[in-house]
Design a protein around this ligand. Structure first.
Ligand code: URA
Ligand code: SF4
Length: 209
């Protein structure tokens, strides 16, 4: 795995990155996937949301967060009082990692390994440097591994604002659970898990003021 660095353009805006990511061969995930999935939302946003990797529907459509987890996230963003037009949304890993039992079988999501996160990090670093948001929300453990200190644990430290050094100076970060984790919570506790995600998003939005 050479990592993405050699495919990341040294300059140009988010659109230049989006154009270039389709050529990336920084790890083996590009090959079975349909296409690279880059970001959505405003390239001048002050708030960025970072997910894990595209899912099945995102892989087919080439747009992040358009499947079930994405719909839940949009609802939570709205409910947190955040204007979704003012948000930049992306993933830690740009290609869908999955397992397929057989020809024509359903594709089953597989979480990326640390090596994939590391290989793909130059894309995430480049887009965050260009968008330069004030607040970055890490949705789930994968995004946290990409951007937060090694000892960060979602279970213990979710919803806490952290000031961290970046290439663009100190920025505010917050880790919370992934919207797909809310979908996996048993029905009786799902509303509570969803409300906790909304509460964390509110904390992040509050840090913009
Ligand atoms: N989950 C993610 O982390 N990202 C997506 O784009 C879709 C689902
Ligand atoms: Fe490149 Fe990231 Fe895709 Fe791997 S997952 S090929 S590093 S864009």
């Amino acid at each position: 795995r050479p990592g993405a660095r050699q495919w990341v353009p040294a300059d140009g805006d988010v659109e230049a990155l989006r154009t270039a990511v389709g050529q990336c061969r920084g790890c083996e995930l590009w090959e079975p996937a349909t296409q690279a999935v880059f970001s959505a939302g405003s390239p001048t946003a002050r708030l960025a949301l970072v997910g894990e990797q595209p899912g099945d529907q995102e892989d087919r459509r080439g747009i992040p967060f358009v499947g079930p987890a994405g719909r839940l996230l949009q609802r939570a963003v709205d409910e947190a009082g955040i204007d979704r037009a003012q948000v930049y949304v992306t993933n830690a890993v740009k290609h869908f990692r999955f397992e397929q039992a057989g020809e024509g079988a359903r594709r089953i999501h597989k979480s990326p390994e640390l090596a994939h996160i590391t290989a793909c990090k130059p894309w995430l670093a480049a887009e965050l440097a260009r968008v330069d948001p004030d607040v970055v929300v890490c949705l789930g453990a994968t995004a946290a591994k990409a951007l937060l200190p090694k000892d960060f644990r979602v279970t213990r430290q979710r919803g806490q604002l952290m000031r961290l050094a970046t290439s663009r100076g100190e920025k505010t970060f917050l880790g919370t659970i992934h919207p797909s984790a809310v979908l996996r919570v048993p029905e009786e506790q799902r509303q509570e898990a969803y409300d906790a995600l909304v509460a964390d998003l509110r904390v992040a939005a509050g840090a913009l003021a």
